[in-house]
Design a protein around this ligand. Structure first.
Ligand SMILES: Cc1ncc(COP(=O)(O)O)c(C=O)c1O
Length: 401
């Protein structure tokens, strides 16, 4: 019998975490509890650590080779999501999900054309897309955190007016709302996209991180998605952002577009990254299950802590991701001087307040586009003790204000 894997979120102590040199733990003063950028406070899964150690012991640090990553993802998708639609010949390695999105959008849109997003949404969607000379068109998610199909259709009409090309960057599951889109929602998306000639690019980086009770549906698994693309990676599920590698997967009718991907894009992912991601997908399932159980426990704990200590903050339990979207508007903290879209930290509003007065770092909602002002995003992929202390500090700050 396989031995039980301990909850990865309860393995590392605060002093150990403070020794880390990555962004999450280095951006703020040492008295700040950092619950912001999407890194997890977990050790590496054993199979990933072993694969890396073996590689290092062989001095095997050259260029990537072969299709093992795509094969591992195909097997993972078949087992976890009951979907055998990932064809190795319709996939290609890319440096990371964001660069993959940029390169795919370059293949299917022209400069000046519009890319639809469902705000509030992951801030780099704005900055990366605008940087590549495409324009963002916001199609806000509904009040319930789900896709608003009527709003989406309006955006598709607007984006394609006059015969312009357009794309829809779907976040599935959604960061920061934690929504897992259902098969029927995704089928409706595919039908709308076909009707309006909009190309769909699904960012499915959070696909492995669906919590108990919900089921991840890959966009390319639904009828009508054949002209779409998906970007996938083991990066969020196993905390491998520092080990650059992701996959762009084309639907059957998008394969010829993917074939136009310039060769230099495949020079970005590192061999070390590809090996780590492959090991995670191949052998990291039990570790992922232990993580998901811990995350589920944490999101329940967060709901209790917020209800008890910060009852004016609105919070809906996410179906996926390790990110919680906190509606802090009732605290009445003015964010009018917010530094604007795409900026993670702001000088006013709830995130700035909690940083200054609670010494807890959260992401400022205004960075997530229209509708984000007055909100914060909290990363709960940490220990229950850090999570509890963070919320208690936030509650004390509000009480003292
Ligand atoms: C929705 C989403 N897409 C992309 C990324 C970044 O992925 P990568 O580091 O592979 O570019 C993140 C990171 O948190 C994310 O949440």
């Amino acid at each position: 019998m396989a031995h039980e894997i301990p909850n990865p979120l309860e393995t590392l102590t605060l002093p150990q975490l403070r020794e880390r040199t990555s962004m999450k733990w280095r951006a703020f003063e040492p008295d700040v509890l950092p619950l912001w950028v999407a890194e997890m406070d977990v050790p590496l899964a054993d199979p990933v650590a072993r694969a890396l150690t073996d590689l290092v012991s062989r001095g095997d640090t050259g260029y990537p080779s072969g299709t093992a990553y795509a094969e591992a993802l195909a097997a993972f998708a078949a087992e976890r999501w009951d979907w055998d639609g990932i064809a190795v010949e319709r996939s290609t390695i890319v440096p990371d999900v964001m660069m993959g999105i940029v390169e795919v959008l370059r293949l299917i849109t022209r400069p000046g054309e519009q890319v639809i997003v469902n705000n509030p949404v992951y801030p780099p969607f704005y900055s990366f897309i605008e940087h590549m000379d495409r324009r963002i068109l916001e199609a806000p998610a509904g009040q319930d955190g789900r896709l608003d199909l009527a709003v989406l259709e309006g955006a598709m009409e607007q984006a394609t007016a006059g015969g312009a090309g357009a794309a829809y960057l779907l976040c599935n599951p959604h960061n920061p709302l934690g929504t897992v889109h259902t098969a029927s929602e995704l089928e409706a998306v595919a039908a709308l996209a076909e009707r309006h000639g909009v190309r769909v690019v699904a960012d499915e980086i959070h696909g492995p991180l669906v919590l108990p009770g919900s089921r991840f549906v890959p966009y390319l698994s639904v009828a009508g998605s054949e002209r779409g693309f998906a970007l996938m990676s083991a990066s969020k599920g196993w905390n491998l952002a520092g080990l650059k590698a992701a996959l762009a997967v084309a639907g059957p009718e998008a394969a010829k577009d993917l074939a136009r991907m310039p060769e230099e894009v495949s020079h970005g992912p590192s061999h070390v990254g590809v090996v780590a991601h492959t090991a995670a997908l191949r052998e990291g399932g039990p570790w992922l299950d232990a993580l998901l159980a811990g995350l589920d426990r944490n999101q329940e704990l967060l709901a209790q802590l917020v209800a008890e200590h910060l009852p004016t903050i609105g919070y809906r339990s996410p179906e996926a991701t390790f990110l919680a979207w906190l509606d802090c508007r009732a605290l009445g903290l003015d964010e009018s001087g917010a530094d604007g879209r795409g900026n993670v930290m702001t000088s006013s509003g709830p995130a700035a307040f909690f940083l200054q007065h609670a010494r807890v770092a959260l992401n400022a909602g205004s960075a997530f586009g229209t509708g984000g002002v007055g909100h914060c995003r909290l990363n709960y992929a940490t220990s229950t003790s850090i999570l509890t202390e963070a919320v208690e500090r936030m509650a004390d700050a509000v009480a003292d204000a």
